[in-house]
Design a protein around this ligand. Structure first.
Ligand SMILES: NC(=O)c1ccc[n+]([C@@H]2O[C@H](COP(=O)([O-])OP(=O)(O)OC[C@H]3O[C@@H](n4cnc5c(N)ncnc54)[C@H](OP(=O)(O)O)[C@@H]3O)[C@@H](O)[C@H]2O)c1
Length: 252
C-alpha cells in the first residue's frame, strides 16, 4: 500500500499494536480514526496525537458496526483504508471443557468482527480511487499455541478468509494485505518485557516497511520460518513448539 495520503480506520486503536500503527500512520500525515470500547483511552490517544479522531465501537456488536460504518462514510468520505486489528486472546484447555461464552467471544471478536466490519465498508472502499484492507492475523494462524486453541483457530480462519477475500477483490481497486505478528510485548497477554516477545516499536517499524510494499502478507523476519511451517512436518513442529512453552511458560 501507499503509506501516505490515506484516511485510515483502525479497530482496536486504544492500545498495543493498533495504537502503534495509528501513531505511525499519523506521523506520516494520514488522517487516522481509531476505534475501541474504552472511551478514556480513545481520548488519551487523540489528545496525544492532535488531528487524530476516534469513535467508540464494540466490534462484537453487529448493530454498532453498521452504525459506525455509516458515521465513517458520512464524516470521512475519503476513507480508503480499513485496518482490522481488534482482537482478544483468552487462554483455554482443548483437552477439557471449553467455556462456550468465551469461545463465542473470541470468534465474534477475532473472526466475525473483521468480516462484518469489512462487509459494512466494502462498497464504499470499492468506490475509492485506491483502497486497502489490512487484516491482522497472527503467526499462531500457522503454528497454533495449544493453550490458546480457540484463539489460534480464529486467526487461522481469518487467514483463510483473507485469501478468499483477496481473490474475490482481484478485479477491483481494493487490495488486501495481511499482517501475521509474532509475539509482541503488549497487554494482549500481559506486557512483561519477556525477551521472547518482540518490542512494540521494532515490530511496528519492520511491519510498516513491509506494508509499504505491495506484499500480500507481512511477516517479520524473526518468525519467517514459523510462518513457513505448513507441510508434512507440521505436526512435529507444532508439538515441539508447544512442548518448549510447557517447559518455559508464557507469563500470564
Ligand atoms: N501482541 C501479540 O503478541 C500479537 C501477536 C499476533 C497477533 N496479535 C493481534 O494484534 C491485535 C492487537 O492486539 P494487541 O497485541 O495490540 O493487544 P491489546 O493491546 O490488548 O489490544 C487489543 C485491542 O483490541 C480492542 N478490542 C478488543 N475487543 C474489542 C471489542 N469487542 N470491540 C472493539 N475493540 C476491541 C481493544 O480495545 P478496547 O478494549 O478499548 O475495546 C484494544 O485496542 C489482535 O488482533 C491480536 O490478536 C497480537
Amino acid at each position: 500500500m501507499q503509506l501516505t495520503g490515506n484516511t485510515i480506520f483502525i479497530t482496536g486503536g486504544t492500545s498495543g499494536i493498533g495504537r502503534g500503527f495509528a501513531e505511525a500512520f499519523h506521523r506520516l500525515g494520514n488522517q487516522v480514526i481509531v476505534a475501541g470500547r474504552r472511551r478514556a483511552l480513545l481520548d488519551e490517544v487523540t489528545a496525544a496525537n492532535p488531528g487524530m479522531r476516534s469513535i467508540e465501537l464494540d466490534i462484537a456488536d453487529p448493530a454498532a458496526i453498521t452504525a459506525v460504518a455509516a458515521t465513517l462514510v458520512s464524516e470521512f468520505p475519503r476513507l480508503n483504508v480499513l485496518f482490522n486489528n481488534a482482537g482478544i486472546m483468552p487462554f483455554d484447555d482443548a483437552s477439557g471443557v471449553i467455556d462456550d461464552a468465551v469461545a463465542q467471544a473470541i470468534l465474534t471478536t477475532n473472526l466475525l468482527g473483521p468480516i462484518r466490519m469489512t462487509s459494512a465498508l466494502i462498497e464504499h472502499l470499492k468506490a475509492q480511487p485506491r483502497a486497502t484492507i489490512i487484516n491482522n492475523t497472527s503467526v499462531l494462524a500457522f503454528l497454533p499455541l495449544a493453550s490458546t486453541a480457540v484463539y489460534s483457530a480464529s486467526k487461522a480462519a481469518l487467514h483463510a478468509y483473507t485469501l478468499s477475500q483477496r481473490f474475490m477483490l482481484r478485479n477491483t481497486r481494493v487490495t488486501v494485505q495481511e499482517i501475521a505478528p509474532p509475539w509482541v510485548d503488549t497487554d494482549l497477554i500481559k506486557k512483561s518485557g519477556d525477551p521472547r516477545a518482540m518490542p512494540l516499536d521494532a515490530f511496528i517499524a519492520e511491519t510498516m516497511a513491509g506494508l509499504g510494499t505491495e506484499a500480500e502478507e507481512v511477516v517479520v523476519e524473526a518468525v519467517r520460518s514459523v510462518r513457513d511451517n505448513p507441510g508434512a512436518k507440521e505436526h512435529a513442529m507444532v508439538n515441539a513448539f508447544n512442548a518448549a512453552l510447557v517447559a518455559n511458560p508464557i507469563p500470564v
